[in-house]
Design a protein around this ligand. Structure first.
Ligand code: B3K
Ligand code: ZN
Length: 859
């Protein structure tokens, strides 16, 4: 497949100021009549041909300026029309089968509903068009269809007219006044009910809000509606952004490749990010709904009003919008807890990307299939890069920069460079060297040395960055590190300072220290880097108890455990060292369990053990089952050693009644931590408590965590609870997805056997991405099962990829990275993983999506 390079960007040759679309809707034969006003782009290359992208489309009838036109041909899947003049009206008819569209890109059917997903290149599966984000058009849409099958007809913008047609049909017309790229087009037709509300904007515009779902689901949309209203207000208050249409609609569909989509005025969501009530959604689900609703709403400015020039600029909208939704969620809840959660995601999902075969800068230089670049790097690291700008400038100056950005580029298709320039101009900062964060892939490593002479402390910071594919040599980055030096005696620090490392190596001095201080560095995770610093285990225990930056407390706890486990996994640890290491961790955890000044949500964060993926990142090459065994061993030891405290904690928290406030959520989080630590230490006690918690649960958080613990144990209560859960929620597929995930992601030694059986369960289907992810993604990240000896886990995932690829290439390609980690595991496993990648590569037909990921993973 061809490689597309960022450097090859050319402006479009033709512009399409207006498009009118007329849909004759039907589940298996929808007729699309498209009328384009095309104008030669003065800034484009001269040509007499108009190239319109298509994908699996056949052109039925083509007219130019109202007359049938024969001067056209197909070039691959593109339609190329010869045009004599500078301005024409083009008419094109296509016929599509939404039911046969299992890729869920373009126009497809989901349970009798018709809906669209056009980002990135789905519009070309609906009609022929210059399907690139820098061609902005005003859309007029007309839909007609059977009244009973499609009582609700929605598109972007405002409804302008509607009426009845012949033979029990009806029609509706919509007009979107804001020019937009084709990836933001949307249409929904089906039998839906709406939860309605309204929002009055800062300038007094009343906006009608509606969340459309299947009948029966509307009771579970209140949280999403509250989140939407809060997002609209927050974007006004913080970024000064007002909504710009009279209506804002959201539709929830159960078959969806991604989480949600920010189509102008008509967001389409995966049901899992809309529906929530206490009985069926966990606290984590509530947070996810709030975060994704906000994210899509925020795209109205960061993405829609200012869009991307080309797909290499994806992080322009995604990194910035992730930062915005993170800031919003922090403001709505606990800022430090939110920061810790975001860093945990970054370390678990993005750091491995940066150190693996698919590493790419947040602004990639090339791609074969753009769908493969909706990654943790573009999204989450993209957000970290912009967050560093806020660290360097302060929020107030940063917001001057973003206001300038929105003003300067409103209505345009912009680049990452435009964004950086606007921050430079608006915030008054030089980001020349900082731009390397857009250019270089990889996670920088910073090594710290500390010297103390007289009353002077000297810190020497050195940065390095490992080579990544296509980037053998790296240039030094700008790394802002919030730093404090603590007096051991007083437990206080001398004021936080921002150290900006921009050389390969740099020295910073501090005066006034009679004794060598304790170093607290990268506080708040001010830079997305790995730090190696001379902080003893005692210092980490000190920081875990005393640091006034909550993130730094968490980080000290993580480092204490990471260091211990890394030494244990590497086999460089004596029994005495193991005992001493465990004792230090046990003391620190005991102190956290006893600390009355801590709120329970934060306490929960401090008690969570570092994840296996992050541990693997710390090791050049490791046996994943050793990582698992050492981590479980420590958990068991903590369960035994602190048993009374875990039991007391579980008792205390079990007495807290259900509510969504922070204290009650904190209590639920701690109940889970208590059971998780007790399970390996005293399975009978943990099983009894988990069963009681399950049986008396009034909410999904308690029920799911109890079931997770039961599921991990080989106890009698396990089967009964799983059967009860399935019966209780039969038909509610979002909850059945939890039932699949719990079993597939379980610590249970028979997880692989369970997964193989579940793949045959009547509730499982390869046609639904949520179901596929619930079972198989949970399995692919379950290290002890996926990496089981003999390579069965690898074979199962390779089989899945091969079977899923023809059905849904986008989702299939997401599974390749699990096999692509072969360089990080022992050689026996590496060979087995490679063999599976080679088996996939040898398949006679592969999608571009899977082909690109597999080829890169084998290099
Ligand atoms: N912009 C969409 C992503 C769609 C995924 C396309 N493969 C969701 C989001 O980031 O808001
Ligand atoms: Zn987004």
């Amino acid at each position: 497949p061809p490689v597309i390079h960022r450097a090859d960007y050319r402006p479009p040759e033709w512009l399409i100021p207006q498009i009118a679309l007329n849909f004759a809707l039907s589940l298996d034969a929808t007729k699309v009549q498209s009328t384009l006003k095309v104008r030669r782009n003065p800034a484009g290359d001269a040509t007499t041909q108009l190239r319109l992208n298509g994908d699996a489309l056949e052109a039925k009838a083509i007219t130019v300026d109202g007359h049938p036109h024969n001067d056209w041909h197909m070039d691959g899947s593109d339609l190329v029309i010869d045009l004599p003049g500078d301005a024409h009206d083009i008419g094109i008819e296509t016929l599509i089968d939404p039911t046969a569209n299992t890729q869920l890109s373009g126009l497809y059917a989901s349970n009798g509903l018709l809906c669209t997903q056009c980002e990135a290149e789905g519009f070309r599966r609906i009609t022929f068009f210059p399907d690139r984000p820098d061609v902005l058009s005003v859309y007029s849409v007309r839909m007609s269809g059977d009244k009973a099958a499609f009582p609700v007809l929605l598109s972007n913008g405002n409804p302008t007219d509607s009426g009845d047609g012949p033979d029990d049909t009806h029609w509706a017309e919509w007009h979107d006044p804001w020019p937009k790229p084709s990836y933001l087009f949307a249409l929904v037709a089906g039998d839906l009910v709406a939860n309605r509300d309204s929002f009055t904007t800062m300038n007094g515009r009343k906006v009608s809000l509606a969340i459309y779902v299947r009948a029966g689901d509307e009771e579970r949309t209140d949280h999403a509606m509250r989140s939407l209203i809060a997002s609209m207000k927050w974007d006004e208050d913080v970024y000064g952004r007002e909504y710009d249409l009279d209506i804002f609609n959201i539709v929830a569909v159960s078959d969806f490749n991604a989480g949600a989509m920010e189509n102008k005025g008509l967001n389409v969501f995966n049901t899992r990010y809309i529906l929530a009530d206490p009985e069926t959604a966990t606290d984590g689900d509530y947070d996810a709904v709030e975060g994704v609703v906000a994210h899509e709403y925020f795209h109205n400015w960061s993405g829609n009003r200012v869009t991307c020039r080309d797909w290499f600029q994806l992080s322009l909208k995604e990194g910035f919008t992730v930062l915005r939704d993170q800031q919003f969620s922090a403001d709505r809840g606990s800022p430090p807890v939110k920061r810790i959660e975001d860093v945990r995601v970054l370390r678990a999902a993005q750091f491995p990307e940066d150190s693996g075969p698919l590493a790419h800068p947040i602004r990639p230089d090339s791609y074969q299939e753009i769908s493969n670049f909706y990654t943790a790097t573009v999204y989450n690291k993209g957000a970290e890069v912009i967050r560093m700008m806020t660290v360097l400038t302060g929020m107030e100056r940063f917001l001057k920069g973003t206001s300038l950005y929105f003003d300067r580029h409103d209505g345009e298709a912009a680049t990452c460079e435009d964004f950086v320039k606007a921050i430079e101009d608006g915030a008054g900062i030089d980001l020349a060297q900082f731009r390397r964060w857009y250019e270089q892939a990889g996670t920088p490593k910073v090594t710290v040395e500390m010297a103390h002479t007289g009353s002077t402390v000297t810190l020497t910071l050195t940065q390095t960055m490992a080579p990544t594919p296509g980037q053998p040599v790296k240039q030094p980055m700008v790394i802002p590190l919030r730093t404090a030096l603590f007096d051991r005696a007083t437990g206080q620090h001398h004021g936080e300072e921002l150290l900006v490392l921009d050389q390969p190596s740099q020295t910073f001095t501090f005066e006034g220290f009679a004794d060598a201080p304790v170093l607290s560095i990268n506080r708040g995770f001010s830079a997305p880097v790995e730090i190696t610093a001379p902080i003893t285990a005692d210092d980490l225990v000190f920081l875990a108890a005393h640091d006034d930056d909550p993130f730094a407390r968490y980080e000290a706890m993580q480092q204490l455990i990471v260091r211990h486990l890394v030494a244990a996994i590497s086999g460089t640890m004596s029994d005495a060292e193991r005992a001493a290491g465990r004792a230090a961790i046990g003391d620190a955890m005991g102190a956290i369990l006893d600390d009355t000044a801590l709120d329970d949500l934060m306490r929960g964060e401090l008690l969570i053990l570092p994840g296996e993926a992050y541990l693997a990142e710390q090791l050049t090459r490791a046996d994943p089952t050793r990582i698992f065994a050492e981590r479980e061993g420590l958990k068991r030891w903590l369960g035994e050693t602190l048993k009374d405290k875990w039991l007391a904690l579980h008792d205390r928290c079990s007495a807290v009644p259900y509510s969504l406030d922070a204290a009650a959520r904190g209590a639920r989080k701690l109940k889970t931590q208590a059971l998780v630590h007790l399970a390996p230490a005293d399975p009978a006690e943990a099983a009894a408590r988990a069963k009681a918690q399950y049986d008396s649960a009034t909410n999904m958080t308690d029920r799911q965590s109890a079931l997770m613990v039961l599921c991990s144990l080989s106890v009698a209560e396990r089967e009964a609870a799983l059967a009860d859960f399935h019966d209780r929620f039969a038909g509610n597929m979002l909850v059945i997805d939890k039932w699949f995930s719990l079993q597939a992601g379980s610590l249970n030694p028979n997880a692989t056997e369970h997964v193989k059986a579940l793949a045959q369960h009547p509730d499982f289907t390869m046609a639904n991405p949520n179901r596929v992810r619930a079972l198989w993604m949970a399995y692919a990240v379950n290290a002890q099962a996926f990496h089981r000896e003999g390579g069965e886990g690898y074979r199962l995932i390779a089989d899945l990829i091969l079977r899923l690829d023809p059905i849904n290439a986008n989702v299939a390609a997401r599974f390749v990275s699990s096999l692509g980690r072969w360089k990080k595991v022992d050689e026996t496993r590496a060979a087995l993983m490679r063999a599976e990648l080679e088996r996939i590569a040898a398949a006679p037909t592969l999608s571009r999506d899977v082909r690109e990921q597999v080829t890169k993973s084998l290099e």
